[in-house]
Design a protein around this ligand. Structure first.
Ligand SMILES: [Ca+2]
Length: 159
């Protein structure tokens, strides 16, 4: 088992050195931490708009999860990527945070607390109380926003 793991790690490192793609099809490589050469793999689900739970299920069916953005510079890099796509500039994208379990207590889907306020959230967000329980990156600056529970949006999956 140890040899297998060593060989797997070696092949991944060699693949990286050779410039091979480390993310599966549809997933884009981001390197949010300059000290860590392994990519975070991101899939923007542009095939359909879904409510937050359907988006979460869709990511999980692909073996991924809704994106958790507290990873190095990932939030800024994803924001820049969205802002670089003119067709996306009046859209919103669900990410993996919610206050559906305890109103006002925002958690990532792994249970970790979400950083509140600037620079991540729009001023005045989150708001909407029980009507808005799901995080999205929302036009036109793609900061965090609490989106309406029934709203259907694109989503960001992460591996
Ligand atoms: Ca809420």
């Amino acid at each position: 088992m140890r040899n297998f793991l060593a060989l797997t790690l070696l092949s991944v490192l060699l693949g990286f050195a050779n410039g091979q793609h480390l993310c599966p099809p549809l997933f884009i490589e981001f390197f949010p931490d300059p000290a860590v050469p392994m990519p975070v793999c991101i899939h923007f689900t542009m095939d359909a708009k879904r409510d937050w739970h359907a988006a979460k299920d869709y990511c999980e069916a692909q073996g991924s999860s809704l994106a958790i953005l507290d990873v190095g510079n990932l939030y800024y890099e994803i924001r820049d990527y969205i802002l670089g796509n003119p067709a996306w500039l009046d859209e919103g994208f669900y990410i993996g945070c919610t206050d559906e379990i305890h109103e006002g207590s925002w958690r990532w889907t792994d249970g970790s607390p979400v950083s509140m306020g600037l620079p991540h959230w729009y001023p005045g967000q989150p708001d909407g109380g029980l009507r808005e329980n799901y995080c999205c990156l929302y036009y036109d600056d793609f900061m965090y926003n609490s989106c309406r529970n029934e709203e259907k949006l694109f989503a960001i999956c992460m591996l």
